[in-house]
Design a protein around this ligand. Structure first.
Ligand code: CAA
Length: 695
């Protein structure tokens, strides 16, 4: 018996309609699969039914397989066999697409005998982002409809294609207008009238395209050499030139192989993690309305934040001290917006409207009407306190006062106002108009609706917000400050910066820590080390000598042409002068160097990262492991296929991590300490994943 709530049926004259209604995104879970199989089998053999129209209720056509079922025992019918039933249906079956027909949703559409869509519909095969490949016939049906090259493009990029492009490709047959049910009915009636042609996709031939296959293989080996699924996807698509059933066997084996990998588990964790971080204690609080945003500071960060706010439709008042600084800020914002137009992120008309919403001023008085003010001046507590004290007098009641500080104490900043409940940290990542992470730093007195507004702002800016508590560096920079020391110790003790970078890049980081330092500017770390010098424990091994000396030479990385590496147009080489500095420091400190292999480099680095992440959890700075994972995935180039530091920690196991820390502690018992939570987990067999269940 079909589940009437999830799949419903209706007969209109000679046409039958099938409606899938499985909110929020009509994912193809077991109830949908069973209901659809039953409905198709029923109408496929029913006298008087000459065509079937399939559509979805709600905001979208089927957006894919139900990802939450992955890894659980399979329940029949599985998608491939269901789609065979759909395709084999004796009565012509046409589907009407709206919203996003993705993955198993597009694969369902391709198994139908014709496809119509509204112009706003988008289709795609995004399984690659989950460490998978299309696993319900997509690798076999897409090439038959659109050719090998386009099928490779869709499934390796995972991009969403708008209906007009899908029509040009041959992926859909017609663009229609109207509600999904009306479109499905009309399309089915057009099939009966002979106006809309139907055919079975499996009966089409795929022309071989060896060049496209070879090019795709070369590209994925270069771009993502560690990932399994892109290569398997190409192999499955290559099999589409042969018999359909044989190709399906190749696809099935490849899909199951990928589904079993840690890579797909990591990427699926990342998918759900990006959504889970929005589940905060303040989620029921009413966010305040934000239309006018004030940004104080027109430097790189302030301009990036202003750009992001303008791009999301908000009005921005930009405050700088002098006309010159203001002009520089405006110029950065306009060139950021120009870049967004060039990247296809906004139209020229939207850019013009955004520029018109920018109001540059030279005094804080200009912020009287702002609903939310984001301070983005340099990192000096005295300066910030002075600004917040003034905001207290200039800003209207109910205005939210935020600081973009990356490590300073939000409670101390809040105390410089008479409205600490309206103060919070909004820590953007540079470049702020591109990076999607936002740490929402909640002070001791921050009101729940102020937190909720921070999250609402992130959504409006298409960013992912993670809730963080107050400490030096919050979630991300606190953990970074700890594990960065390992990179320095490894270099002092015998590794080269290039070896450390290469080992971590091979592990999957986009860039090793020395390259990141060069890119961010080595002066930033230098300033931090100087700031912390007074509070550094005498037991701490100081690892900053090499970096300090590089900076003393005025070499701050990319922006000065050299740092750990020397940068010339398009080329990057290890800096020979840095080797001399390292050698000198080792001699001065009497360090006996030794060889490190890449595995040990990765193990030490990752163990330090995980230990500090655990302490961040223990201290309540992050509420759940997944919050830390998402911060690192979205803000620190952590390899997505490893799911984030604490998801990765579960793949190693707490007992092994404790063993490593105890081994390293023999050299440096101050740095290498086992966090209490990790030891408890090692004793009880606990996992970080289990701690994510809390809301
Ligand atoms: N399975 C299970 N749950 C899903 C889901 C899926 N395929 N897609 C979305 N959801 C859930 C989300 O987790 C979220 O749940 P919560 O509200 O509990 O957090 C809810 O649906 C809404 O999702 P979004 O917040 O992402 O909503 P959105 O409107 O911003 O985006 C979307 C909608 C574009 C469909 C986006 O959710 C998306 O990209 N989904 C994944 C699509 C995908 O990857 N499909 C392929 C699946 S794998 C597959 O199909 C394998 C195969 O070949 C057989």
């Amino acid at each position: 018996m079909a589940d009437r709530q999830v799949v419903s049926i209706e007969v209109v004259g000679e046409v039958a309609l099938i409606c899938i209604d499985n909110p929020p995104v009509n994912a193809g879970g077991i109830a949908v699969r069973r209901g659809l199989a039953e409905a198709v089998e029923r109408f496929g053999g029913q006298d008087g039914i000459k065509a079937i129209g399939l559509y979805c209720a709600g905001r979208t056509f089927v957006a894919g397989a139900d990802i939450s079922e992955f890894g659980k025992p399979p329940q029949a019918p599985m998608m491939p066999e269901l789609y065979d039933i759909v395709e084999a249906c004796a009565v012509p079956l046409v589907c009407a697409l709206h919203g996003t027909a993705l993955g198993g949703g597009l694969e369902l559409a391709m198994a139908c005998h014709a496809r119509v869509a509204v112009a706003s519909a988008r289709v795609g095969l995004p399984e690659i982002h989950l460490g998978l490949l299309p696993g319900a016939g997509g690798t076999q049906r897409a090439p038959r409809l659109i050719g090998i090259a386009s099928a490779l493009d869709l499934s390796l990029s995972g991009r969403q294609v708008a209906a007009p492009e899908a029509l040009d490709m041959g992926l859909i047959d017609r663009i229609d207008t109207g509600a999904p049910r009306d479109m499905a009915l009309q399309a089915a009636q057009d099939v009966v009238a002979g106006i809309l042609k139907t055919r079975r996709t499996r009966d089409l031939q795929t022309a071989p395209d060896d060049d496209a296959i070879a090019t795709a293989l070369a590209q994925v080996r270069k771009k993502s050499p560690l990932l399994v699924s892109p290569v398997r996807c190409i192999e499955a698509i290559a099999a589409a030139t042969g018999p359909f059933e044989a190709g399906m066997k190749v696809e099935r084996a490849a899909f199951l192989e990928c589904l079993a990998t840690d890579q797909s588990k990591g990427m699926i964790h990342a998918f759900f993690g990006e959504r889970a971080v929005g589940n905060i204690p303040e989620k029921t609080a009413m966010a305040r309305d934000i239309a006018q945003v004030g940004v104080i500071g027109g430097g790189t960060m302030g301009s990036g934040i202003a750009t992001s706010a303008l791009m999301s439709g908000l009005s921005v008042t930009l405050v700088e001290v002098t006309q010159e600084a203001l002009a520089r800020g405006v110029s950065t914002i306009t060139s950021n917006l120009e870049g967004a137009v060039n990247r296809g992120k906004m139209t020229a008309a939207a850019r013009d409207a955004a520029v018109a919403r920018l109001n540059p001023v030279t005094g804080l008085e200009g912020l009287a009407e702002a609903d939310l003010v984001i301070e983005a001046v340099f990192e000096d507590m005295a300066v910030k306190k002075e600004i917040f004290g003034k905001l207290d007098t200039f800003c209207k009641p109910g205005a939210i006062l935020a600081s973009n500080t990356s490590y300073l104490d939000i409670n101390e900043i809040a105390a410089s106002t008479r409205r600490p409940a309206d103060v919070l940290g909004l820590h953007f990542f540079s470049p702020a108009h591109i990076m999607r992470l936002l740490e929402v730093v909640v002070g001791a007195q921050t009101a729940p609706e102020v937190v909720a507004t921070g999250f609402a702002l992130a959504r409006q800016m298409k960013k992912v917000a993670v809730r963080a508590g107050v400490c030096d560096g919050f979630i991300g920079n606190r953990i970074l400050a700890h594990y960065s020391k390992v990179a320095a110790y490894l270099v002092l003790d015998g590794a080269s910066p290039t070896q450390v970078d290469t080992a971590l890049e091979t592990f999957g980081f986009a860039m090793g820590p020395h390259k990141v330092g060069d890119l961010a500017g080595l002066d930033i770390g230098w300033m931090t080390r100087k700031r912390k010098a007074a509070t550094r424990s005498p037991d701490e091994r100081y690892g900053g000598d090499v970096a300090d000396r590089i900076c003393e030479n005025g070499w701050f990385g990319c922006k000065t042409g050299q740092g750990y590496y020397v940068y010339d147009t398009g080329s990057i080489e290890p800096n020979p002068e840095v080797s001399k500095i390292i050698e000198a420091v080792r001699v001065e400190k009497g360090i006996q160097i030794r060889a490190f292999d890449d595995q040990e480099i990765v193990e030490r680095y990752m163990t330090a990262m995980i230990c500090e992440a655990v302490r961040v959890l223990e201290d309540g700075i992050a509420r759940r492991p997944v919050d830390i994972d998402v911060v690192f995935l979205m803000g620190y180039g952590f390899p997505r296929f490893r799911g984030g530091p604490l998801h990765y920690a579960d793949t190693i196991g707490a007992a092994e991590l404790v063993k490593r820390v105890e081994t390293y502690a023999a050299e440096d018992a101050h740095f290498w300490q086992v966090p209490a939570m990790l030891r408890r987990m090692a004793d009880t067999g606990g996992r970080f994943g289990d701690l994510n269940k809390r809301g």
